[in-house]
Design a protein around this ligand. Structure first.
Ligand SMILES: [Zn+2]
Length: 288
């Protein structure tokens, strides 16, 4: 290489160095923007994949998912209403779900209680339901209790819950759950279904009307499910509404159905919102 060629190479390299320094110092030169944070920070890749269709909802997102994943929910009853309630809450990724029922699976349950199958006949309903729910989402802690909720054990069963979802089928249990939830200020979703009729109601004790505010006394001569009958899809609709109310209470994703109840008439496909107010003389919540 001649001396001239070497000098030309030197000046060419020097020119490039000056140009790159000038570009770096230019007033409009900006540093590379930092990489955006992951859209669902705190969630594992597996969780993002499992919950993708709800995470993508603008109303839901990572905040609602996190709130749900930290929640303790007790489902009272493991029958027709509990099937959609527990399935949707466990599927959506609730933190812990307790499910209680004193009974065993009977063949007459199977047309509407979709967590129980024919081979489960004679198995405690709470255990049968828990087994399916663990298959559905192994990340959720599912705790079955073969026990009947009554006035004397209600407080202990409800203690520490974020929301109780009452899927029982008796007025006595419903009033016991309401009283215990009011006393402990635990939020509650009540519901009932018979024939083609149902109702759903969310309760924030001390802030909104409770079940006894809306229904001060049980109806006289109310027919039982065994006497009056019920169609499976009717229970499915009401239970699904109940699951949605629980998710609203736990995440704030939408206003819960409080200070009244939704009356559901599935014969005419009619939904009627009925207002109810807190009662100062309510034995359950009047003093809160
Ligand atoms: Zn009340």
């Amino acid at each position: 290489m001649s001396e001239g060629a070497s000098r030309r190479g030197f000046f060419r390299d020097l020119g490039k160095a000056v140009a790159s320094t000038r570009d770096a110092l230019a007033p409009d030169a900006q540093p590379e923007p930092p990489a955006p944070p992951p859209p669902y920070g705190g969630l594992s890749d597996a969780e993002v994949e499992r919950y993708a269709r709800q995470l993508v909802l603008p109303e839901w997102g990572a905040a609602a998912q996190a709130a749900l994943s930290e929640a303790d929910v007790l489902v009272v009853g493991a029958g027709a209403l509990a099937a959609p309630v527990a399935s949707y809450l466990v599927g959506a990724g609730v933190g812990r779900l307790g499910i209680l029922d004193p009974d065993v699976v009977e063949v007459s349950n199977l047309h509407r209680q979709t967590l129980h199958f024919t081979p489960d006949l004679g198995v405690p309903k709470a255990e049968s339901a828990a087994a399916k729910l663990r298959f559905l989402n192994p990340d959720v802690v599912v705790e079955p209790y073969q026990v009947r909720l009554e006035e004397d054990n209600a407080a202990a069963l409800i203690e520490g819950q974020d929301v109780v979802v009452d899927c029982s089928d008796s007025f006595a249990t419903r009033y016991a759950v309401n009283a215990a939830c009011c006393a402990a200020r635990v939020r509650l979703v009540e519901a009932g279904v018979l024939g083609l009729q149902g109702m759903v109601m969310s309760i924030k004790p001390g802030r909104t009307a409770c079940y006894r505010c809306a229904f001060p006394a049980a109806p006289v001569d109310a027919p039982s499910c065994a006497d009056a009958g019920v169609l499976g899809p009717a229970a499915g609709v009401v239970g699904s509404l109940q699951a949605l109310e629980a998710m609203k209470l736990l995440t704030g994703v939408a206003p819960a159905l409080t200070d009244g109840f939704l009356q559901v008439d599935l014969a005419s496909a009619g939904f009627l919102r009925v207002h109810a107010s807190r009662r100062a003389d309510c034995p359950d919540c009047g003093k809160l």
